[in-house]
Write a protein that binds this ligand. Structure first.
Ligand code: COS
Length: 385
């Protein structure tokens, strides 16, 4: 039985770790301060084949799988969580096409997304529908061989920089969203589709987070993914997969904060010895290392199990839904706790911007909130017990 990374996955890990250290870490603090989307980072990921790790080979992806994606996102997030978000969101925005697209749609969109020539975003959350996504209001009304979309989406990662949006809408208001919603591909530049407010965030500051506005936006009926009414199922299954990417981002933040705190504790001396030798600090670091490693094992195992899942509209088992929610929730909580403890280990230096752990602490917070809050994750876990 294989219970470790393969040779290829180890090589990928080494490669991304080196790349992240040499080319991502140096500008991370500046990007955080500026809060401006950095296309140079996207180019770096494109050039190194890191933007679409889990895309099927049949559509010009590398087909390296979920675990390879998690390793990539983890290693990038270790030094810059907003950079790790780029491949995670590319997967998220593209998953509805992989799961529910017909052959023609897959051929049209996936190769360009796989190469990174185009970026994708996922249009689900609305001002009044985040955790309770079935309350959505964005509507698509059929008109001949087109649909007309009206509504607003909010907090959309990469929404302002993406070429396509996979958009969740109501198509039959007479029934609940579980049966009356549908997903469409909306292309940038379609008349009636505009980018609204850009958010100024606490963490992952240079990632693009915007509002999307649809006003009588007319798209071809051929852009419907799956059938009318499949929307809720497509979105839920997308999230079962994509939560692993966010878990990996969280894990990377925890690992990065741990690395920094350990190195600091070996250098910094008080009362005649490095602070790691004082049990008050050593035990803290031991707990940080323990929880980070435990979160990693759960996530890697879950990714390996998801690799065996076909990317189609078939039902996913409650056990896998639970493992995905557990990974996202545990990794997010561990990231927040470890990053906060890392600030404590550095003391006053942890609290100033010259050192990266305060950024890591701010970045960690979102991993307990987006892609399903950790309260919703606990609900999902409880519902499958
Ligand atoms: N994966 C696959 N199917 C799922 C699912 C999941 N994770 N969760 C629910 N479903 C299915 C159910 O099996 C049910 O199917 P049937 O109608 O065939 O029985 C259907 O979806 C409706 O389920 P439920 O009644 O539980 O729906 P609710 O409206 O009560 O939704 C939760 C419950 C909390 C699970 C859902 O609203 C949710 O995941 N919310 C968080 C959304 C989120 O992550 N938002 C942030 C987006 S940021 S990108």
């Amino acid at each position: 039985m294989q219970y470790d990374l393969t040779e290829e996955q180890r090589m990928l890990q080494d490669m991304v770790r080196r790349l992240a250290k040499e080319q991502v870490e140096p500008g991370a603090a500046k990007r955080d301060v500026e809060g401006k989307f950095d296309w140079a980072m996207v180019d770096l990921l494109r050039e190194n084949g890191l933007i679409s790790i889990d895309f099927p080979e049949a559509y010009e992806g590398t087909g390296a799988g979920m675990l390879a994606l998690a390793i990539t996102v983890e290693e990038l997030s270790r030094v810059d969580a907003a950079c790790g978000l780029v491949p995670a969101v590319q997967e998220l925005g593209s998953l509805p096409i992989m799961l529910a697209g017909n052959e023609e749609q897959k051929k049209k969109y996936l190769p360009k997304l796989a190469s990174g020539e185009q970026l994708a975003a996922f249009g689900l959350t609305e001002p009044a529908a985040g955790s309770d996504v079935a309350r959505l209001r964005c509507k698509a009304v059929k008109d001949g061989d087109t649909y007309v979309i009206n509504g607003t989406k909010t907090f959309i990662s990469n929404g302002g920089v993406s070429d396509i949006i996979t958009l969740y809408t109501i198509t039959d208001p007479s029934v609940s969203a579980h049966k009356g919603s549908s997903v469409f591909v909306v292309e940038k530049g379609t008349p009636g589709f505009s980018i609204g407010k850009k958010e100024d965030k606490m963490g992952i500051r240079w990632s693009d987070t915007v509002e999307l506005v649809f006003e009588d936006c007319r798209i071809p009926a051929a852009n419907l993914l799956g059938r009318e009414g499949d929307g809720f199922h497509i979105m839920m299954k997308t999230l079962d997969f994509s939560r692993l990417g966010i878990a990996a981002q969280a894990l990377g933040i925890a690992a990065g904060a741990l690395d920094y705190a350990v190195a600091y504790a070996k250098e910094r001396e008080t009362f005649g010895q490095p602070i790691i030798k004082h049990q008050g600090v050593g035990f803290k670091l031991a707990d940080m290392a323990m929880r980070t490693e435990a979160a990693r094992q759960l996530l890697y195992k879950t990714c390996a199990l998801f690799e065996e899942q076909p990317k189609d509209m078939s039902r996913i088992s409650p056990q896998l839904i639970r493992l995905s929610a557990m990974s996202k929730c545990l990794c997010g909580d561990v990231a927040m706790w470890v990053a906060t403890e890392a600030v404590q280990v550095l003391g006053g230096y942890g609290f100033i911007k010259e050192f990266p752990v305060e950024r890591m602490m701010r970045d960690a917070k979102i991993t307990q909130i987006y892609e399903g809050t950790n309260e919703i994750m606990r609900l999902v876990i409880a519902n499958t017990l």
